[in-house]
Ligand binder design. Structure first.
Ligand code: GRF
Length: 196
């Protein structure tokens, strides 16, 4: 299978980026042609440099033309948002229509936006989870690819929820990329139910 090219957008720790780097080392048919960070101190940049992946940093207030120039250089088949804390404009989304995916740490459509773990706890919800979705111009509202939920226990706090969510994300982001690479996943579709 020809490896697909990924551009991965981050803002922070980059643990999802690391999971994808590790999966590629273990045979995921993809190559990361750019890691683009909205934050110059993001630890994900260090992870990318260690893996010899070209990195790009966006200034706090950037023009679409800058992000688009980085993306055009990377020529991605798929743009992977992994903890990217900026909102993509419709211009950027339309330039790469149908090939941008995101992971959002809540059971969408519940808890769009920020501070999801805190809000779930404050509401006393019995369960939490994470959602992979296609990116459209409407924030956190594109078609859902895959969702995984778990029960919240009495011992859970923001940190434990964050970790439980990330553990799921690290398992499934590579599987979703693999499905896209093998042409088993197209814009608007869900990940097959039989993916474990
Ligand atoms: C993930 O939990 C993701 O759902 C959210 O931000 C977190 C990013 O974590 N959007 P990391 O930077 O990949 O460690």
């Amino acid at each position: 299978m020809t490896p697909i090219k990924l551009a991965i957008l981050i803002s922070g720790e980059g643990s999802n980026l690391q999971a994808i780097i590790d999966a590629i080392a273990n045979g995921l048919p993809a190559t990361i042609t750019a890691v683009i960070s909205s934050h110059d101190k993001a630890y994900g940049l260090t992870r990318a440099e260690k893996a010899k992946i070209p990195t790009y940093v966006l200034p706090k207030h950037y023009d679409d033309s800058l992000l688009l120039s980085y993306l055009h250089q990377a020529q991605p088949d798929l743009i992977v948002l992994a903890g990217f804390m900026k909102i993509l404009t419709p211009a950027v989304i339309h330039a790469f229509n149908d090939c941008i995916i995101n992971v959002h740490p809540s059971l969408l459509p519940q808890y769009k936006g920020l501070d999801t773990h805190k809000r779930v706890l404050a509401a006393g919800d019995p369960e939490h989870g994470t959602t992979f979705h296609w990116v459209t111009a409407e924030l956190d509202a594109g078609p859902i690819i895959f969702q995984r939920r778990f029960a919240i226990t009495e011992d859970d706090d923001e940190n434990s929820l964050k970790q439980k969510v990330k553990d799921i994300e690290h398992t499934y982001y590579p599987k979703i990329i693999e499905a896209f690479a093998s042409k088993n996943l197209f814009f608007g579709e869900k990940l097959e139910k039989n993916v474990k």
